[in-house]
Design a protein around this ligand. Structure first.
Ligand code: NAD
Length: 374
């Protein structure tokens, strides 16, 4: 295709708060300048897609969501230099590449992060997608809107990956998996011999558990409400698991960890669990916060416990990952059998997106991945 053409795609459109993902035929414009057109092979579904569908994060509707896309480069804009047609790519979060945070190598804290990922429009303030009536549909979700047969991204958030790796599996590396693994490796910098606790053993929390094992933590605790997730946590490297509905979580963590953990990660998005995470830290411990509640949510903690214990609370976006480096590293770890994130994944046909969402919400499926037909 030339860069002046547009094409018909099939995409899942969210038209109203909490509504169904409706499959529609839409029109997508051609890539401009540093944009890349991707033929989507598969897209992971993350909890963040669901909280946006439910408008806890206010992306304007109607919108095409989906932000864990993997696929093949179909066409490139005239300014693209580092990607070629046929490359296998994983799509990650969008960033401006030009602010203090981006310059410092921390693009997940880009000053334009919310605008680039959640505004429902491109940097030019326009949508690239039109519906059957010619009306714009909000897009550019995480710089991709990949619940679709094709998606546009920018060159800087399409990460080339090895052709040896199973492309249909890799999409979740672009968000949920790199968030949990990156929180442990890039942000908390969990050390060999340390004590770590994951509050929440969903896709993010279990990725953190796998990363904590790679980092050499010797006590790895996973806390959740779902027994099957706790069983999987043990398989993936947890040394202990705690069911959050049975007894005091904080007491149990402190008992296992001999006074408290060095590092913890909160991925439930619940303020009361965040409090547990702080209380379960030992002296000088650090709690990473990745779980996303509704905007405006507040949480309480004991100030003197934080102060006297020298504890820290650290917000983390996307595992502070430089996606172009970190995603290929995770692919390599997977290929070596040291990061078996495939155990979190259940594949669905794209047409079954509603079933995938329901199974995810009911805790039946950890990480749905929606496959496009070949
Ligand atoms: P998930 O729903 O699979 O995982 C959350 C887990 O928390 C579930 O297993 C659930 O059973 C468990 N849980 C619920 N209540 C609990 C309690 N009281 N105690 C212990 N566990 C409890 O979701 P996910 O895909 O793993 O995402 C986790 C969170 O991270 C979501 O809020 C998501 O929006 C957010 N997220 C943030 C970033 C970021 O960059 N900060 C990136 C991706 C996802």
């Amino acid at each position: 295709m030339t860069t002046s053409q547009q094409m018909t795609i099939k995409a899942a459109v969210t038209r109203e708060k909490g509504g169904a993902f409706q499959l529609e035929d839409l029109t997508l414009r051609a890539p401009r300048e540093d944009e890349v057109l991707i033929k989507i092979v598969a897209t992971g579904m993350c909890h963040t897609d669901l909280i946006v569908r439910d408008q806890l994060y206010p992306v304007p509707l109607p919108a095409v969501l989906g932000h864990e896309g993997a696929g093949v480069v179909e066409a490139v804009g005239p300014a693209v230099t580092s990607l070629n047609v046929g490359d296998h790519v994983v799509l990650s979060y969008a960033y401006c590449g030009d602010c203090h945070a981006c310059d410092a190598g921390h693009a997940s804290y880009c000053e334009a992060f919310f605008a680039r990922n959640f505004s429902g429009e491109g940097p030019d303030g326009e949508q690239a997608i039109r519906d059957a009536d010619g009306q714009p549909v909000h897009d550019h979700f995480f710089g991709q809107s990949s619940f679709a047969t094709y998606a546009l991204s920018r060159e800087n958030n399409a990460v080339r990956v090895s052709r040896e790796a199973p492309l249909e599996l890799l999409g979740p590396l672009g968000c949920g998996i790199q968030t949990g693994a990156g929180a442990v490796i890039n942000t908390l910098r969990v050390t060999p011999g340390s004590r770590f606790c994951a509050f929440g053993a969903g896709a993010v929390g279990l990725s953190a558990v796998m990363a904590a094992r790679i980092a050499g933590a010797t006590t790895i605790i996973a806390v959740d409400m779902i027994d099957s997730r706790l069983e999987l946590a043990l398989e993936l490297g947890a040394t202990h698991v705690i069911h959050a509905g049975r007894g005091s979580v904080v007491e149990r963590v402190r008992e296992i960890a001999g006074g408290g953990v060095n590092f913890a990660l909160e991925s439930t998005g619940r303020p009361e669990v965040l409090r547990q995470g702080i209380d379960a830290l030992g002296g000088l411990g650090v709690l990473g916060v990745v779980g996303a509640p509704a905007l405006g949510t507040e949480a309480a903690f004991d100030v003197n416990d934080l102060l006297l214990g020298g504890k820290s609370i650290r917000g983390i976006v996307e595992g502070d990952s430089v996606a172009r480096r970190f995603i290929p590293q995770l692919v390599e770890l997977y290929m070596q059998g040291r990061f078996p994130f495939d155990k979190l994944v259940t594949f669905y046909d794209f047409a079954d997106i509603e079933q995938a969402a329901a199974d995810s919400e009911q805790g039946i499926t950890l990480k749905p991945v929606l496959r496009q037909s070949r």
